[in-house]
Each structure stands twice: as structure tokens, then as C-alpha cells.
Design a protein around this ligand. Structure first.
Ligand code: ARG
Length: 455
């Protein structure tokens, strides 16, 4: 491509070192789409005849079909997807193909292609998130009455409805979706026309190109447009954050499926056995999900580190943006899909959940609240209940079996009434809290929002 200036051939090591077509072939559809829009603008500017444009468009579409069918031979000697497609086009149609690169550089071309790729990825990932949200809401909805202990420090804290716990993840995923949508809106501007860094003396209709490619507008500064990769970083952050949410979900499910908790069991289709221990049923999907989150966070760090300290404008370092991007998008896409399936296959052991949540210690805070309603300052109430807890532990009796009136005059004869699990949940009426009515309303709100079946 640059034979004019050079006498010697590229070293084969350099060829291996510098090629990107082994991974950036994934951009081919976007590259072809971008080239057709660019060629149409060239035709409208009088740089191509109708026939030349038609030959370019048809040639590019044919190459696209061959790549899709796996019939196209990529050459690492042609470095990247952009040159592979352009060189093959010229080989097939001759001089019209050689005209295509006027008023464009691989710098604005790759910036355009990756924006298109990211845009498509955003749509795919949002759909994947939605599917997982539906699965979580479905599980919550089918188990509305199930009570579990809620934990802090992985110590039993207070009772909650299992549905409330599951809907916490639906909220997190909703923010992940929102972040992806924000990133998508900001990335959706067209860099084509920025050239290598300083535009071009051949001025094509940038607005028309942008419109054909479905962009909301054009970039306003040619140097910014080809040098920055913040749109990839934003997407990678959104992906990493989502991966970390999924990792925490995975950790909860791993704990819940252990014999020690016994709250859930996963389907055979989403667990694995042990090659040695015949009794094992391992939550590998949740574990791999937890493991993948490190890789997703790594993709973000990799890109940020690549960008740091690069002088404007394009530097070849930026070629390193692609592997983390492709890997993160493909990893999260599959992670979301397999998690949606796994969640849909979870069976809840309601009795085990209720038994765990029936530990009267979980209502120690409710007992303090009871004293507060009787006029005891909270700090004092906390101490009185703390003493009651110590007494129960010392005597080895359940907290609700103490004679509270005998412990302190602050307790009324009705103190033990606090220890009704159902009443305790019903009392948590404030918006955002896990009362059965509140959680029911949230399940219904999510079902409507996600367009899933009411059940
Ligand atoms: N493969 C290159 C990349 O991914 C395309 C842009 C090459 N530009 C250049 N000036 N060498 O960044």
C-alpha cells in the first residue's frame, strides 16, 4: 500500500507483530458499510461515475458475503481488515477500487468502524441484560412468599423476602443498561471526513455520510475524532461494572446452593459434576461468571493504560484497543445469556429459607424499634436488647423465649409479639423496603417495565 516510499519489504516478524486482521476482521460489515457511504459521497462530489460507484458497491457487498460465508482469504501482509478489503476490491474491479481511499485515511476509517461496532454491541448487550432481568423477575415472581435472612458481613442481619434480594440485582442491571445507553448516545457521531488528522482538501458531504450510517451527527474536531477512544473506554467500564454485578450475583448463588445454606438448587443443565467425587454438583457457571469479571475489568484497565500519555493524534498503540473490546463484548454477551438460562432453572427450597430466616436473632433490631416506640431513646434500646441477646446466648435459649418484663421495666408484656416473622416483614412499609405488599408492587412494576408475562 505504501510501495512508493519504500525499497525493502517488511520483515516477516514485523508483519506478524503488526497485523491486526486476525482480530479486526470482526469489523468487516461496518468497514463495508462505511466504505459504501464514503463512495456514495465521492460519487455525489463528482469523483466517481455512476458505474464506478455501482462497481464499488457491488464489489464490497460481494466481499462481505464471502467473509460472512467464511470464503474470504485474509492476508496478514495486508495488515488489517481495511486494507484486506480495499486491496481485494481493487484486484476485482480495477481502478474504481483504487479511487475509494481518496479523502479518507485508515484513521478516520477505523474510528468509524469501531464506533459502529460499539453501537451494535450496545444493542446486543442491552438485549442480553433485559433477558437476565426477566429471568430474575420470573424467579422473584414465582417465589414471592419466600423469606430469607438478609446478610451484612455475611452474618445474618434481618429477614427479607427472597424476591427483594433478587430485585436488587434487577436494579443494578438496569443501571448497567442505562450506562450502556448513555455511552451509545455519546459515541454515535461520525468521524469520517477527519482524514488522517486534519480533514482533507477534498470535501465530501459529511452530514450525508453520517446520515447514511445512522449516526446522530458528525464529529466537530478532526484531531479529537481520530485520537480519542473514550467511547470504547465508556463501554468497557459499563461492561466491567455489569460483569462485577454478575460476579456478586454468582457469589450469592454459590453460597445459597451450598449444603450449609441449602436455599437453592441449580438445574443439572447448568451445573457440573466432579471427575473424582461422585456426589458433587458444582455451580461452575456462577463461578466462571465470577472469574470472568476479572477479565472484564482487565479490558478496561488495558485500554486506559494504552491511551495514557499518547500525544495527539493517532498512534499505532491504539490498535491495541480492539482485542480487549472484542473480548469484553463477546465475554459479557455469553455471560449474560448463560446466566439468564441458569437463573431460570433455579429451584428454591422454601422451607430451608424460612427455617434460616426464623432465627429470632434476626428480629433483635425490631425489638429495639419496639422499645423506641415506647419512648426509649434508640441508643438505650440498643443496649437493652444487646443485654437480652447476651442473656439468651449465656442461657442457650432462643431470644424470643426470654421473659423480657423480668429483664427490664422498659419492656412491656407484649414484647415477645415482636417475634412474628410475617408481622416483622409487613411492618417494613416504607418505599424500598421488603414488605410483602411493597415487594409485590415492585415485581409487578418490573414485569410491566420488562414486558414479561404477569404470573
Ligand atoms: N489497524 C489500525 C488500527 O487498528 C488501523 C489504523 C492504521 N492507521 C495507521 N496510521 N497506521 O489502529
Amino acid at each position: 500500500m505504501w510501495k512508493g516510499r519504500f525499497q525493502d519489504a517488511t520483515s516477516s516478524l514485523v508483519e506478524r507483530f503488526g497485523e491486526s486482521v486476525s482480530f479486526d476482521w470482526r469489523l468487516y460489515e461496518h468497514d463495508i458499510q462505511g466504505s459504501i457511504a464514503h463512495a456514495r459521497a465521492q460519487k455525489n462530489a463528482g469523483l466517481l461515475t455512476e458505474e464506478e460507484f455501482a462497481a464499488i458497491e457491488e464489489g464490497l457487498r460481494e466481499i462481505g458475503r464471502e467473509i460472512a460465508a467464511g470464503d474470504f482469504e485474509f492476508k496478514t501482509s495486508l495488515e488489517d481488515i481495511h486494507m484486506n478489503i480495499e486491496a481485494e476490491l481493487t484486484r476485482r474491479i480495477g481502478s474504481a477500487g483504487a479511487k475509494l481511499h481518496a479523502a479518507r485515511s485508515r484513521n478516520d476509517q477505523v474510528a468509524t468502524d469501531t464506533r459502529l461496532y460499539c453501537r451494535t454491541a450496545c444493542d446486543r448487550l442491552s438485549a442480553g441484560i433485559r433477558k437476565l432481568q426477566r429471568a430474575l423477575v420470573g424467579l422473584a415472581s414465582a417465589n414471592r412468599a419466600v423469606v430469607v435472612p438478609g446478610y451484612t458481613h455475611l452474618q445474618r442481619g434481618q429477614p427479607v423476602l427472597l424476591a427483594h434480594h433478587l430485585l436488587a440485582y434487577v436494579e443494578m442491571l438496569e443501571r448497567d443498561s442505562g450506562r450502556i445507553a448513555d455511552a451509545r448516545a455519546r459515541m454515535n457521531v461520525c468521524p469520517l471526513g477527519s482524514g488522517a488528522l486534519a480533514g482533507s482538501t477534498i470535501n465530501l458531504d459529511r452530514e450525508a455520510i453520517a446520515e447514511e450510517l445512522g449516526f446522530d451527527g458528525i464529529s466537530r474536531n478532526s484531531m479529537d475524532a481520530i485520537a480519542d477512544r473514550d467511547y470504547i473506554a465508556e463501554l468497557l467500564f459499563s461492561i466491567a461494572m455489569c460483569g462485577i454485578h454478575l460476579s456478586r450475583l454468582g457469589e450469592d448463588l454459590i453460597l445459597w446452593s451450598s449444603s450449609e445454606f441449602g436455599f437453592i438448587s441449580m438445574s443439572d443443565a447448568h451445573t457440573t459434576g466432579s471427575s473424582l467425587m461422585p456426589q458433587k454438583k458444582n455451580p461452575d457457571v456462577a463461578e466462571i461468571t465470577r472469574g470472568k469479571s476479572g477479565r472484564l475489568a482487565g479490558a478496561l484497565v488495558s485500554l486506559l493504560t494504552t491511551m495514557k500519555g499518547l500525544p495527539l493524534t493517532y498512534n499505532r498503540d491504539l490498535q491495541e484497543d480492539k482485542e480487549p473490546l472484542f473480548d469484553a463484548v463477546e465475554t459479557l454477551d455469553l455471560t449474560l445469556a448463560v446466566n439468564a438460562e441458569m437463573v431460570a432453572g433455579i429451584v428454591i427450597d422454601e422451607a430451608r429459607c424460612r427455617a434460616a430466616a426464623s432465627d429470632p436473632m434476626l428480629l433483635a433490631t425490631d425489638l429495639a424499634d419496639y422499645l423506641v416506640r415506647r419512648g426509649v431513646p434508640f441508643r438505650q434500646a440498643h443496649e437493652l436488647v444487646g443485654k437480652a441477646v447476651a442473656e439468651a446466648l449465656r442461657r442457650g435459649v432462643p431470644l424470643d423465649q426470654l421473659d423480657f418484663a423480668a429483664l427490664d421495666v422498659a419492656f412491656g408484656g407484649d414484647a415477645a409479639d415482636v417475634f412474628s416473622l410475617d408481622r416483622a416483614l409487613e411492618a417494613r412499609k416504607n418505599p424500598g423496603s421488603p414488605s410483602p405488599a411493597g415487594v409485590e408492587a415492585e415485581v409487578v412494576r418490573w414485569q410491566r417495565a420488562l414486558g414479561s408475562e404477569l404470573n
